[in-house]
Write a protein that binds this ligand. Structure first.
Ligand SMILES: *Cc1c(COP(=O)(O)O)cnc(C)c1O
Length: 429
């Protein structure tokens, strides 16, 4: 056996022989930032531990779900209890009612909900539903917004706003993306142009109300309101993909925060408390089209799985306690303010976009308001910076175009330590 090689490196080599890139989701492989992905052996609270015994303060939160931190006591208890009663029934159970009820109570536009196993399934099904409801085929998505990996949603961002989408992955037939139109985030004119050109043909507009998959990019004033008006005027549905923003920005998600109600909402991540879940919901008359009540087929062997439901219920119950989001956001504020101060002192060109407990540092002095301005960020600096933080025990997402997540498990001490490491890291980037 080779000596002096880390366990993560050794495991990564084995994994690469068994799984493409050694991973089950591409961004985990550190392709964007270089280096060896850390193999995680356990996680608790704000920390993850790798197979070499290193401890990291974690700001990935499994890409968003773990808003309470890892292995949170209530969640673990709930899942244990559920497990003892059987891991899956393929028949209805009361857990499904409880989680659906919590979602309906929390998210203003949702009257009925259907559970899935992932966010990808939720957006896919929401679009099928919107197409069925309107009897139209075309959809509008925004450059740089990610809605999972369904064929027709994998459209090359950066194509002109008025051209037909071209697939951004081989294996997606051209015909599959021909009904996907691209608009520019925060550019209402790009949306209006599409509606003029494809009058009465657009089934829905799907958007992350705060974009968080090209880094965090909030909507400009009235952007979402205008989208609401345009879609209504044209008989199209507005679909909010709140897979990240749902229960992250507050109990009611982005729709509550901005006072704009979509027709269909997609959820995921946090509502599964770290287990695989997605959901889509909306008004009764729209949801009534879904089988078995209506003709729109959508199903799942493990949908509404009792373990996932139990984890989601425990998570949302905790989040509904008084003052939780205030506490969370003030912790994130502490971190963001600290980072801003350090960057300014070191004279580093950077723009920080933040909302609630999520943020992104872009290494550019330009404002970042859409995909093309996000691409102006110097990703080489991000990579160096990421690796310096990682070596010093701070785990940021291994790509520039992701959100950094603060959880309720982070203590002020964790944040102070993070700022200290950050301050040293930026001195030499
Ligand atoms: C993560 C994500 C998805 C996809 O969810 P999966 O559970 O990974 O399939 C969809 N939309 C948004 C906004 C996401 O962040």
């Amino acid at each position: 056996m080779e000596t002096g090689i880390s366990n993560s490196k050794r495991l990564y080599r084995v994994a690469q022989r068994l799984m493409p890139g050694g991973v089950n989701s591409p961004v985990r492989s550190y392709t964007a930032v270089g280096g060896t992905p850390r193999f995680i052996s356990k996680a608790k609270g704000a920390y993850v531990y790798d197979e070499d015994g290193h401890k990291y303060i974690d700001y990935m939160a499994s890409w968003g779900p773990l808003i309470l931190g890892h292995a949170q006591t209530d969640v673990v208890k709930a899942v244990k209890k559920a497990t003892e009663r059987g891991t899956s029934y393929g028949a209805p159970c009361e857990y499904e009612i409880e989680l659906s009820n919590l979602i309906v109570k929390s998210v203003p536009s949702v009257e009925m909900v259907r559970m899935t196993n992932s966010g990808t399934e939720a957006t896919m099904s929401a679009i099928r539903l919107a197409r069925a409801y309107t009897g139209r085929d075309m959809i509008v998505k925004f450059e740089g917004c990610y809605h999972g990996h369904a064929d027709y949603l994998l459209v090359k961002a950066g194509s002109g706003a008025t051209t037909f989408g071209t697939p951004s992955s081989p294996g997606v037939p051209k015909g599959f993306t021909q009904s996907t139109l691209l608009a520019r985030f925060n550019d209402i004119c790009s949306v209006e142009r599409l509606f003029r050109r494809y009058k009465n043909k657009i089934a829905c507009v799907i958007i992350e109300p705060i974009a968080a998959n090209m880094g965090v990019i909030p909507p400009e004033k009235d952007f979402l309101k205008s989208l609401r008006q345009i879609t209504k005027r044209n008989g199209s549905l507005l679909v909010f993909d709140e897979v990240i923003t749902g229960f992250r920005l507050g109990i009611g998600g982005a729709q509550k925060k901005y006072g704009v109600l979509p027709d269909i909402t997609c959820l995921g991540k946090i509502i599964g408390g770290g287990l695989p879940v997605g959901a889509y919901g909306g008004k009764r008359n729209i949801m009534g089209l879904i089988a078995p009540v209506g003709p729109v087929y959508q199903a799942g062997t493990l949908s509404g799985n009792p373990l996932a439901m139990a984890a989601g219920i425990a998570t949302i119950k905790k989040l509904r306690e008084k003052g939780v989001y205030k506490k969370l956001d003030s912790k994130a504020g502490l971190l963001v303010d600290g980072i801003k101060e350090i960057l300014k002192k070191q004279n580093i060109k950077a723009t920080i976009n933040s909302r609630g407990s999520m943020f992104t540092i872009f290494f550019t002095d330009l404002e970042v308001i859409d995909y093309s301005s996000a691409l102006k960020s110097d990703t080489k600096i991000y990579s160096r910076f990421f690796n310096k933080l990682l070596d010093a025990g701070i785990m940021f997402p291994p790509s520039q175009f992701e959100a950094v997540f603060v959880s309720l498990a982070h203590t002020e001490k964790d944040i102070a330590k993070t700022l200290n490491v950050f301050s040293n890291a930026v001195k030499s980037i």
